[in-house]
Design a binder for this molecule. Sequence first.
Ligand code: TXA
Ligand code: MG
Length: 345
Amino acid sequence: YWSVDSNVDRKKDYPQIVEAADFLKNEELVAFPTETVYGLGASALSDAAVSKIFAAKGRPADNPLIVHISSVEQLELLTENIPETAVLLMNKFWPGPLTLILNKKTNAVSSLVTAGLNTVAVRMPDHPVALSLIEAAEVPVAAPSANKSGKPSPTSASHVLDDLAGLIGGVVDGGPTGVGVESTVIDCTAEVPVILRPGGVSKEEIKEVIGNVEQDPALIGSKAAPKSPGMKYRHYAPVAPLFLTDGNQEWIQGLIDQKRSSGLKVGILAPRESASFYKADAVAVCGSRRDLGSVAQSLYQALRSFDEKNLDLIYAEVYPVKGVGAAIMNRLEKAAAHRRITQEK
Ligand code: TXA
Ligand code: MG
């Protein structure tokens, strides 16, 4: 466990960073903060190291990992035939919460990283600790979110330890993450780039840069098979079953009262504006409806908080599917396994 002040500028010779980087060089796992969520890092060049990621997380082997880089020079090692649209996106959004799917250079990284695909997912995170660590490790770093498979992604070092203590080399604690949901994943090998996972960079922002972008139709409100392997698994879910509730507060309180009167313990996930209105066994607050970024930031922390409350079910308010709202609703839909109760008008 290494604690690093995330205010420090990129310092690859910071003693804690050097020590953590040595673990990566020695094919061990190190969890570290990024601007989105904590990642569980391993040298992307080592089969031995990467296989430890799948073991620690309980991650299916057919779900490929994102390779994290600290400079665009590292791209040459990993990819070839980078399309013009990808260059535009990198210039605009890197470092930042955007992952590009590109053509993989043969034998560039461990084939475990790409789950046998001929493409590779790459991103440059916008976090001084992440960038320093990758620089000090002197290798591209494969890193999924540092949670047990199926659980909400970790937005603090303590979430990482809750899930993975004893299973990893260590965690670099750089404080809570900023964006709160994972990076947007965009397939740049298609003629028109396709968003495979909505995330920290919105579709609207991407459109402004490259004009035309498509979205995997499986992403929102659909059970069709998604193109990104990871999106087919149940994910982001608290222990108790979660239901999206699309209606006003009085109606939602009615649902809660009904369940509680039959002896069930009920949780509700709501933004600051309505949280104080609810009477339930657990009320988790996630940001403010007026700022969807603040909802994204505290979403996973709020979902995790339900697990210690021993609930029978959880209700969650819904949000507009625009800007980062697309990522919020994608994660909530998955956490709810698409269960939704809608108020009759
Ligand atoms: O914000 C993030 O992206 C965080 C931080 C740690 O960087 N990482 C993260 O990784 O969320 P993970 O493994 O939880 O999600 C990676 C997603 C999965 O849905 C995976 O299937 C997809 O990216 N992916 C990776 N390589 C791919 C490829 N070659 N083609 C299609 N999808 C790919
Ligand atoms: Mg994940």
